[in-house]
Design a protein around this ligand. Structure first.
Ligand SMILES: Cc1cc2nc3c(=O)[nH]c(=O)nc-3n(C[C@H](O)[C@H](O)[C@H](O)COP(=O)(O)OP(=O)(O)OC[C@H]3O[C@@H](n4cnc5c(N)ncnc54)[C@H](O)[C@@H]3O)c2cc1C
Length: 342
């Protein structure tokens, strides 16, 4: 074993993905220093192998053993960098646990990330799909990201425009950015913090506690309580959160659907399109609580597919395909999976 690259072979990945799927990697490296990436991509033996950059494994579905090298990003470190008239800037290394980082910013007295509390995974994966929850998306609090580019074996900084953020999307999911490895992320947190209570359920939950002007920590605590109530804990039951993105349709498509399905759940978007609730569509097709083999649809939330114990990636894929087919047949809408299939 090379001392700088303690690569391990036939490495089990079951405990490294929140679905709890049993699969192995041909080779595995826990990356604790950026220089290790330089070394890997300078070594002819490793360059040609397929790579999987792994964070917390909470947004991927392993469908088979991985035939290449898994780069498990474990880079650590976080700091308050600077302030200007409007913002405090905080930076964290890609391997930091996201929820712990959010809690740390709150402990520094810095609000802004609290609506994204308790989302599993690492800081480095946060920009990949522009994670969002409870009325906030990454792009709203993002400043810049440092990436390692294997094509040039160098690092560079990218701002929000360069990241091309969209709904559960960014350049890091596109052909011209998929190869980039995120090393650290910098967030711009507002100096004049105001609670973001755009999400009705969050506002209501705070009101029920009699909290009219919540602190950032109170918003975080309420988000955490709601999430614990609604979502399965991956430590108990394997899952990757929402399995499908909410489909976006044109205004005309939505109007046509509403004629046939007057209770259709939809949310108007600023550009005139309409976002449909994927969970509602799946529920209406009768899938909530149903199982197919060892895979199933979470009884409390139809958007979440679960591993009821011993499921293979193929079981989850088969269930997802069956759901997609039903929703397509009934509503003419194709549901797009949110997790990355490996
Ligand atoms: C219970 C539960 C609830 C969830 N709730 C939400 C939610 O509310 N909102 C939401 O948006 N998501 C949610 N998710 C999905 C998931 O937690 C997020 O997408 C998270 O950011 C994934 O982080 P990760 O480190 O686990 O990424 P991984 O699953 O390890 O990787 C996901 C993708 O990012 C790539 N990647 C990871 N790290 C890097 C890096 N450093 N550089 C380059 N590429 C990288 C991987 O190659 C892969 O393609 C939820 C998941 C679960 C299990």
């Amino acid at each position: 074993m090379h001392p700088q690259f303690p690569i391990q072979y036939q490495f089990p990945l079951q405990s490294l993905n929140t679905f709890g799927i049993a699969a192995s990697a041909h080779a595995y490296l826990r990356v604790t220093k950026t220089e290790q990436l330089l070394g890997v991509f300078a070594d002819a033996a490793w360059v040609s192998l397929p790579k999987l950059v792994l964070g917390g494994g909470s947004n991927l579905l392993l469908t088979k053993d991985f035939p290449g090298l898994v780069l498990h990003i474990a880079l650590q470190g976080r700091e308050v960098l600077a302030s200007d008239e409007h913002h405090h800037y905080v930076r964290a290394a890609a391997g930091e646990n996201w929820h712990e980082f959010v809690q740390w910013t709150l402990a520094q007295g810095l609000g802004g990330l609290e609506n994204l509390s308790l989302i599993p995974g690492t800081v480095g994966a946060v920009p990949i799909q522009n994670i969002g929850a409870y009325g906030l998306e990454t792009k709203d609090v993002f400043h810049s990201v440092t990436v390692f580019d294997p094509a040039t074996s160098s690092t560079r900084t990218m701002d929000a425009a360069a990241c091309r953020f969209g709904y559960r999307d960014s350049i890091f999911k596109q052909d011209d950015g998929r190869h980039l490895i995120i090393v650290d992320v910098c967030f711009a947190l507002p100096k004049q913090w105001q609670p973001n209570l755009r999400y009705a359920e969050l506002a209501q939950a705070l009101a029920e506690q009699g909290i009219a002007t919540p602190s950032a920590q109170q918003v975080a605590d309420t988000v955490i309580a709601i999430r614990r109530r609604k979502l399965p804990d991956p430590a108990v039951i394997g899952n990757a959160g929402s399995f499908f993105k909410n489909p976006v349709v044109t205004g005309a498509q939505c109007a046509a659907l509403l004629e046939r399905f007057p209770t259709l759940v939809h949310h108007a978007q600023p550009d005139g399109s309409e976002k449909l609730a994927a969970g509602w569509l799946i529920d209406q097709c009768g899938w909530k609580g149903r199982t197919m083999g060892a895979a199933g649809v979470y009884p409390k939330q139809a958007l979440v597919l679960v591993n009821n114990g011993g499921a293979q990636g193929a079981d989850v894929v088969a269930l997802a395909r069956a759901i997609q087919a039903d929703v397509q047949a009934r509503y003419g809408v194709l549901l797009e999976p949110e997790p990355v299939f490996i």
